[in-house]
Write a protein of this length. Structure first.
Length: 87
């Protein structure tokens, strides 16, 4: 699972986000894993990036934080690993 992926504001729309998500996908695949990412529903740039690189939107979840507002997030999954991982 990709825990968090951030792109600095001045690097947005430069291909940096796509490069990061592709690197995360390759890293997950190297371990025989599916890449998964939760994206804040109101983060239009991140949602657009996941859609643009072909990730599949699985659904929506609410993430609750103790003592803080909850977060509505979209759950995305990238492509499957090409071959099973052998430990």
């Amino acid at each position: 699972m990709v825990a968090r992926l951030f792109v600095a504001p001045d690097a947005r729309r430069s291909g940096a986000g796509k490069a990061l998500i592709n690197a995360a996908t390759e890293g997950a695949h190297a371990l025989g894993l599916w890449p998964v990412l939760d994206v804040a529903r109101d983060n239009a740039g991140a949602v657009s990036l996941c859609d643009a690189v072909g990730w599949t939107r699985l659904g929506e979840v609410t993430i609750d934080f103790r003592g803080a507002p909850s977060l509505q997030a979209l759950v995305y999954v990238g492509s499957a690993p090409l071959t099973p991982h052998e430990p």
